[in-house]
Write a protein that binds this ligand. Structure first.
Ligand code: OOG
Ligand code: NI
Length: 459
């Protein structure tokens, strides 16, 4: 049998991410503006902060920063979710984490498809926040059945796309020609369609049940609703947005501005108001928006519990109004609450709040290590260094804020919290991976590597 050469999943993901970005730039010009703004901010940060530049280079993240982005889609059926998992697996993206958004009044539950290994993340960390609509939460039975019928009939993947996924699963990969076709075909699923599947009347009824239901059920496919580049200074980017004709939401979601960034900070701008051909007449829909994010350190369960506690404490005091009227008050309350979260890397490490990647310094090569000392001693003596591991996931409260900010200010479409992870995993056809375990194993592996190398050099 002749040897078939497969394109690596990492390479397919990088190509797909670039193709998606180009498509979205064509569809939503403001995304192009945002990309160039972020590129300018990042360049400036790297020029003026050599310590950050050095650290990103050291941990191998410098090359990925400007290429980095996430997207989001919303699916309608279990089968769509099942096949979406298979599609993402072709590009080395796997479901991590379960997010229940009903708690925040959004009738979906979600996961993030993303690369999970260190080398795959370095190569290209493209991720897609993927939500499944909870039709069971529509109260009106006739409307629920109508929505179910519409969704059951649509086909969001091309036949060729599905057969390429089959082939990849059967052969353990795709060759060059197949990979190229796959990227082209997979892209079709995420494309915007301005012709709706429904009449304007039905759209309105779905919209009245919840805007998100209309966004999913009325269209032929799960159009990518935003693509988010990573910025190294989100406050600067937020400030510069109006100068470039973009008006951001009032507050940045997530933790406050800090010396040592943690988790994820995000801000977005309002969705486009787009012309849609409904069956029989023209109308409008807002679906697609822009977002930027700044990624900080991944937190341990202990660090995350502290983060959640401080965020809740803030929001119990001041809840940000969608119109931005109390933005300053909120930002001040957030900063005040987070005084209780240590803002220096040594304390974060010693208190076990964040994950670190360990590496050996030049000194480790000198051969003068006596062979003893725990990790703290090795760090203090300069044999080891510890750099924060970047958070690769999402935050449910922030995600809800992002959803809400572009569902308009009408709000008030509440749902009772009803997480159903086992249902989600049954629909997905797989379990979601645990983010904490992934970070812990990156940390453990880096330390084990260092110690065995140190012993070898000093043997
Ligand atoms: C997804 C919102 C969540 C994020 O960055 O937290 C998200 C959506 O609106 O479909 O993308
Ligand atoms: Ni997002």
């Amino acid at each position: 049998m002749s040897q078939v050469k497969h394109v690596t999943p990492d390479a397919i993901r990088a190509r797909f991410s670039a193709a998606m970005s180009a498509m979205y730039r064509d569809e939503v010009p403001a995304y192009g503006t945002l990309m160039s703004l972020v590129a300018d901010v990042n360049r400036q940060v790297l020029e003026t902060d050599p310590a950050l530049e050095e650290r990103l280079r050291w941990v191998g993240e410098l090359a990925r920063v400007s290429e980095e982005r996430h997207g989001a889609i919303r699916l309608g059926t279990a089968q769509e979710l099942f096949n979406m998992r298979r599609l993402f697996a072709v590009m080395g993206m796997f479901p991590v984490g379960y997010y229940d958004l009903t708690e925040a009044g959004v009738p979906v539950h979600s996961t993030a498809f993303r690369p999970v290994t260190e080398s795959a993340l370095r190569r290209n960390p493209f991720r897609v926040f993927t939500s499944l609509l909870r039709l069971d939460l529509i109260e009106d039975e006739a409307l629920r059945e109508k929505a179910r019928d519409l969704l059951a009939e649509r086909r969001i993947f091309t036949d060729l796309c599905l057969s390429l996924i089959d082939r990849c699963e059967a052969n353990g990969g795709l060759d060059e020609a197949e990979a190229e076709q796959f990227v082209e075909q997979a892209l079709e699923t995420f494309r915007w369609h301005s012709d709706a599947l429904v009449t304007l009347d039905l759209y309105q009824m779905l919209h009245d049940a919840h805007r998100l239901i209309a966004d999913v059920v009325s269209f032929r496919g799960p159009h990518i609703n935003h693509l988010t580049p990573r910025t190294l200074n989100i406050d600067a980017a937020q400030e510069m947005m109006p100068q470039r004709g973009i008006s951001p939401k009032a507050v940045v979601e997530g933790p406050p501005r800090r010396q040592c960034p943690i988790l994820l900070r995000q801000t977005s701008f309002k969705a486009l108001d787009e012309e849609v051909s409904f069956k029989g007449e023209q109308g409008r829909h807002t679906a697609r928006f822009g977002e930027i994010e700044a990624r900080g350190q991944a937190l341990t369960p202990k660090g995350r519990a502290l983060y959640d506690h401080l965020l809740t404490r803030t929001r119990d005091r001041v809840r940000p109004n969608p119109d931005g009227s109390n933005a300053q008050e909120y930002v001040a309350a957030l900063a005040e609450s987070f005084v209780d979260f240590p803002d220096d890397l040594d304390r974060i490490r010693k208190e076990g709040l964040g994950y670190f990647e360990y590496s050996l310094t030049g000194r480790a090569q000198s051969g003068d290590w006596s062979g003893d000392g725990d990790v703290e001693t090795l760090l203090a003596r300069g044999y080891l260094r510890a750099d924060p591991i970047t958070y690769e996931d999402f935050l449910p409260v922030s995600a809800a804020g992002i959803f809400q900010s572009n569902l308009g200010d009408e709000g008030g479409q509440g749902f009772a919290a009803s997480p159903n992870r086992s249902r989600f995993e049954a629909d997905l056809g797989a379990e979601v991976q645990d983010e904490f375990e992934l970070y812990q194993s990156l940390q453990d592996a880096s330390l084990a590597r260092c110690l065995s190398e140190l012993r070898r050099v000093n043997a």
